[in-house]
Design a protein around this ligand. Structure first.
Ligand code: SF4
Ligand code: FES
Length: 290
């Protein structure tokens, strides 16, 4: 996957009067350094205060905005405010051209994964009070930036679809023969965490291997393969077919167990564990005893 997120450079503060409370600035040292969360504020300390968010800006279609930069926005803190609330406030109050995806605001749709204070996070699940200020909000690394915080997710979706992320059974019975396909409690428990994926792309963005190998399936797609390969309701031959997909050159064997995907997953899916288990299953499948 190519790294096409433009590096920010300095730019004059916008003179647009609509930008009251908003400033444009870039500080390379701040962008690359300044680790996160070490001095996270006590939420009660922030009541009545404003917080400073520095938001990545880039618009390839507007000549004046083709130079990547950060804009500063001063946002009044409210109890329970999330990073998503903060960028929504900045957009609604200061600059309606600020562009980002969001929908459910409750960690379900997976559309607002950003790079916040140096880590992939779901903005609607990230409390402002738990972040060190100033808060840097950037698009997901290792993805092509479309505009501001919006990245191109096509490649991620292609990898997800490559593992055939749907239940398969060889034959569909006649309608009169249809019956409930029950799953044991134990099997449900086994795949439970893997079913929680919301396709946010945070894990893929955090993965060094995916950054260097555009064909690597990536942790989310492999987790999706795990979800079905471990489901007892699919026939054995389909499981073998799934293992053949993930044991390919750019599949599970590319994972170097760095755990970055597991660390950033907002749904706490044990991705590295699942990848390791599929490696073991692939080995077992290929063992032959004469
Ligand atoms: S596995 Fe986790 S981080 Fe990766 S896409 Fe799914 S929910 Fe997001
Ligand atoms: S807005 Fe849907 S996951 Fe955050």
């Amino acid at each position: 996957m190519s790294t096409q997120q433009p590096e920010p450079e300095s730019q004059e503060a916008p003179t647009d009067p609509e930008f009251q409370g908003a400033e444009s600035s870039v500080d390379e040292a701040e962008r690359s350094g300044g680790d996160i969360d070490q001095t996270a504020a006590d939420p009660t300390d922030l009541e009545g205060e404003t917080v400073l968010i520095k938001v990545f800006r880039y618009d390839p279609e507007v000549e004046a905005k083709q130079e990547p930069r950060f804009d500063d926005f001063h946002v009044p803190f409210t109890k329970g405010m999330t990073a998503l609330d903060a960028v929504i406030y900045a957009r609604d109050q200061y600059d309606s051209s600020l562009t980002f995806r969001h929908s459910c605001r409750q960690a379900v749709c997976g559309s607002d994964a950003f790079f916040i204070n140096g880590k992939q996070r779901l903005a609607c699940k990230t409390q402002i009070a738990e972040l060190e200020q100033p808060i840097r909000i950037e698009p997901l690394p290792h993805q092509e930036v479309v505009k501001d915080l919006v990245v191109d997710m096509d490649h991620f979706y292609d990898q997800m679809h490559a593992v055939e992320p749907y239940f398969q059974n060889e034959e569909t019975p006649a309608i009169e023969d249809l019956e409930e396909q029950r799953q044991s409690r134990e099997n449900r428990e086994k795949i439970k965490m893997s079913t929680r994926c919301i396709w946010c792309g945070a894990c893929m963005s955090s993965c060094n291997i995916a950054a260097g190998d555009n064909e690597y399936l990536g942790p989310a797609a492999i987790n999706k393969a795990y979800r079905f390969a471990m489901d007892d309701r699919e026939p054995e031959e389909i499981k073998e077919h799934r293992l053949r997909i993930v044991e390919q050159e750019h599949g599970v064997w590319r994972c170097q167990t760095q755990f970055s995907c597991t660390e950033v997953c907002p749904k706490d899916i044990p991705l590295t564990e699942h990848i390791q288990e599929l490696k073991r299953e692939a080995v077992k499948k290929n063992l032959k005893f004469w």
